[in-house]
Write a protein that binds this ligand. Structure first.
Ligand SMILES: *[C@@H]1O[C@H](CO)[C@@H](O)[C@H](O)[C@H]1NC(C)=O
Length: 252
């Protein structure tokens, strides 16, 4: 039971993000992860319009201008008319919200490792397709970018450029969570091995007593077991309370 909870906690540390798989791209030996930008709102202006974009995430609708209709779900970028501060159009939608095609990626043609291009073409423009080509250029000096350049030429074809350190190829394969677990694992092994050696050769112990601080850990195990039982009982009591009326109705 304790092991089960431990595994659950470890899984949570490793896979804590709800990130978009398609925003992780590999070109040759270069891996990119645009999910690193998914908590940002990047703004730009062009002509009569202001644009907001949250790469690989949902753009906050309060950056899109006033809208009389409800916003469509899944919007990653939007266009606002500056003069009236009103919502003009969706620029594109994330994968998984019923729009097609999905996001399309290629590497920045300037060369390997220089950045990544994201094409979005699942929103409408004057009843026809709206093409949005976003070039993310690797620039180590610009962390968490806030601005982008946007131009529309010809009509309904948008060219967006964003310089960002997050658009640089990843240098490490391990996430922070994985490194944490590896360090924890190594420390536990060192602790157990050195404890056993100490107990065996210094204190001349045998059997279960070889384990370091064995009585403390047994006690802790007992306590957490009590904790789990208590929580479980509490949950059962609560659900019983809420389900009592419905069983009463059924018996009528
Ligand atoms: C992105 O769009 C541009 C122009 O609209 C096009 O030339 C390019 O092939 C597209 N790239 C991908 C990966 O779809």
């Amino acid at each position: 039971m304790d092991l089960f909870f431990l595994v659950l906690i470890l899984l949570n540390i490793i896979q804590i993000d709800g990130s978009l798989e398609s925003c992780r791209q590999t070109f040759g030996s270069h891996k990119y992860d645009l999910n690193q930008l998914s908590d940002l709102t990047i703004l730009g202006t062009g002509g009569l319009f202001r644009y907001a974009l949250t790469p690989c995430g949902l753009v906050p609708t309060n950056t899109c201008g006033k809208n009389t209709l409800p916003f469509e779900r899944g919007m990653t970028s939007c266009q606002e008319r500056i003069a009236t501060a009103t919502f003009e159009a969706s620029m594109g939608f994330l994968d998984g919200y019923g729009k097609s095609p999905n996001l399309q990626f290629s590497e920045n043609p300037q060369g390997p490792g220089t950045g990544i291009i994201m094409n979005i073409s699942n929103a409408l423009c004057n009843g026809g397709p709206r093409l949005v080509k976003i070039t993310f250029i690797c620039d180590k000096n610009i962390k968490k970018p806030t601005t982008m350049s946007v131009s529309e030429n010809p009509a309904c074809q948008f060219t967006v450029t964003i310089k960002a350190a997050e658009a640089c190829p990843l240098t490490k394969d391990l996430t922070g969570g994985a490194i944490f677990i590896i360090i924890l694992f190594v420390l536990v092994i060192v602790y157990v091995v050195s404890g056993v050696l100490y107990n065996r050769f210094k204190r001349k112990e045998t059997g279960l007593a070889l384990l370091p601080h064995v009585s403390f850990w047994l006690h802790l195990g007992e306590l957490s077991l009590h904790g789990c039982k208590f929580t479980w009982n509490c949950i059962r009591r609560c659900s019983w309370q809420t389900s009592t009326p419905s069983t009463a109705y059924e018996s009528v």
